[in-house]
Design a protein around this ligand. Structure first.
Ligand SMILES: Nc1ncnc2c1ncn2[C@@H]1O[C@H](COP(=O)(O)OP(=O)(O)OP(=O)(O)O)[C@@H](O)[C@H]1O
Length: 261
């Protein structure tokens, strides 16, 4: 049986002002995939995500979510989102970890309703999933960047989404915790069956975790299984990024080069 199409983007273009920043993008994400979205700075990755979240409307083309036109789509609790800046709370920010996670339920229960025991249990369950339940009563700002990021994943998970979108979630996570973080995402994908779309600059390590990779620079230059992406040549990447990058693949220990160099 064919898998459900979670996201279908057809000939989508977008410009904020005069210049097209997303151009003729076609992309389908199927149920169960863990898709890594890579591309140079300013290549339109975050804009493409805003389009998928309905935060901006395509100037051209169409988007379907769970088989339904985004114009009619209402089941937003099916879509979890963790933004780029989620993990940058200063200490002293007046919210506990549990409150932050429960705030993920606001769209479901409405802003002015009170949280009840069931909501609290749901939030604790989400914190357990990301291994952070022991921090429930801590202030969010007292946690490290990596811990905050886990809390924001719990916040996105609290409404039981089928699709989780993450914009550069490893920014601000200590290098030694990045693997652990990817393991968590892998678990959500394989064990909880959540379809994942993750924007990342980790072009060297993404194939170790994602099942599929999309490489974009305004338009999609590559979309395929992670194994195929490893065949995508260094010249192709250099052309796409406009400067020299060493392709970091499963064998990245042979290179050890930062893709931003
Ligand atoms: N709100 C905005 N108004 C005008 N231009 C914008 C706006 N947001 C982004 N842009 C421009 O759109 C282009 C694409 O930006 P976008 O943030 O989507 O790229 P990105 O691939 O996510 O970049 P990065 O990897 O640096 O986060 C850039 O040229 C950016 O300057």
């Amino acid at each position: 049986m064919s898998k459900q199409r979670i996201v279908e983007i057809e000939n989508v273009s977008y410009k904020y002002e005069r210049e097209w920043v997303v151009q003729d993008v076609n992309l389908t994400i199927e149920e169960g995939q863990f898709l890594g979205l890579v591309g140079p700075n300013g290549s339109g990755k975050s804009t493409l995500i805003k389009l998928m979240l309905g935060l901006v409307k395509p100037r051209r083309g169409s988007i379907r979510l769970f088989g339904q036109s985004i114009k009619q789509f209402k089941n937003w609790q099916e879509v979890g989102f963790v933004s780029q800046k989620a993990n940058s709370f200063n200490s002293g920010f007046p919210a506990t970890v549990l409150e932050v996670v429960m705030s993920g339920l606001v769209s479901r229960i409405g802003m002015f309703k009170f949280f009840n025991r069931k909501h609290r249990d749901k939030a604790i369950q989400a914190l357990k999933t990301v291994g952070m339940e022991q921090f429930s009563n801590e202030n969010i700002g007292d946690l490290s960047g990596g811990q905050q990021q886990r809390v924001f994943i719990a916040r996105a998970l609290v409404s039981d989404p089928s699709l989780l979108i993450l914009d550069e979630p490893t920014v601000g996570v200590d290098a030694e915790h990045v693997t652990e973080f990817y393991n968590l995402l892998g678990r959500l994908n394989k064990e909880e069956g959540i379809t994942l779309l993750m924007v990342t600059h980790d072009i060297g390590t993404i194939t170790e975790h994602a099942t599929h990779v999309v490489c974009m620079n305004k338009t999609v230059h590559f979309h395929g299984a992670s194994e195929e992406y490893e065949e995508f040549s260094e010249q192709d990447l250099n052309r796409l990024y406009g400067h020299s990058v060493h392709q970091l693949t499963h064998n990245h220990e042979h290179h050890g080069v930062n893709p931003h160099d």
